[in-house]
Design a protein around this ligand. Structure first.
Ligand code: CTP
Ligand code: MG
Length: 231
């Protein structure tokens, strides 16, 4: 059944999905690869659309797949599909430019985090609504982390209690994200990094283990397992 978005919602979600998926090995662009019979992007969009505050979803698809992605998502939820760029940041900028007037909270969410639960979308949006300009979901770091030199010789042990692993969706007051992208220089792997570079405050909220980024074949196997156990 096609999901309905909330016309009174205050949240737009940008979904960069234009990456190749090189680390997953040879095959289709990652967002289009099948997980339990459905493309990763379908899993991701279905969960975003289930979050009650979401007014708009904009997907940045691989340039050659825009029409195919539109057709694929039409039965899932009403989404706008634009052509992504060569770098993730360009894909996010293209999606941001397609957000209509209205939503004042913008979330950026990787298609590769296909099992992210709707409640995480809501909790990030709620923290922006509460007055934080930039919000990221995080998990504590569980491994011991060492700093090494170019020869792999250990320089020291990093204090892990002060470290966080960062997920998406990352949430922003719309005007703050627009300004950050306008003055963006080097490409970064996350959007909050643009705000940090410009001296803005970024706040953490608890992330979710289900928001893991599907990057390597092992992650696909883990995600399949999680789906069969109810994610
Ligand atoms: N992405 C994008 N446009 C790009 C590169 C990445 O929209 N030019 C998106 C991916 O589709 C993904 C998210 O950004 O949803 C996070 O990127 P990543 O996990 O690195 O995905 P890929 O770039 O596809 O994977 P790889 O780096 O292994 O090629
Ligand atoms: Mg990549």
């Amino acid at each position: 059944m096609t999901a309905q978005l909330n016309p009174r919602g205050d949240v737009a979600v940008l979904v960069p999905a234009a990456g190749a998926g090189v680390r997953l090995g040879p095959g289709a662009p990652k967002a289009l690869r099948l997980l339990a019979g459905e493309p990763l992007l379908v899993h991701a969009v279905r969960r975003i659309a289930a979050a009650p505050s979401v007014h708009t979803i904009v997907v940045a698809a691989p340039a050659t797949e825009v029409e195919a992605v539109r057709a694929m998502l039409a039965p899932v939820a009403p989404v706008t599909v634009v052509s992504g760029g060569a770098e993730r940041q360009e894909s996010v900028a293209a999606a941001l430019a397609a957000v209509p007037a209205g939503p004042e909270i913008v979330l950026v969410h990787d298609a590769a985090r296909a099992l992210t639960p709707p409640h995480l979308v809501e909790s990030v949006a709620a923290a922006v609504r509460d007055g934080h300009d930039a919000v990221i979901p995080v998990l504590p770091v569980v491994d011991t982390i060492k700093e090494v030199d170019a020869t792999e010789r250990v320089l020291g042990t990093v204090d892990r209690s002060a470290l966080r692993a960062v997920q998406t969706p990352q949430g922003f007051r719309r005007s703050v994200l627009v300004a950050a992208h306008r003055s963006a220089g080097d490409a970064l792997t996350d959007d909050a990094g643009l705000i940090e570079k410009q001296g803005g405050a970024v706040m953490c909220v608890p992330g979710s283990e289900l928001a893991l980024k599907i990057t390597r074949p092992f992650d696909m196997a883990l995600a399949e397992h999680l789906l069969t156990t109810g994610a």
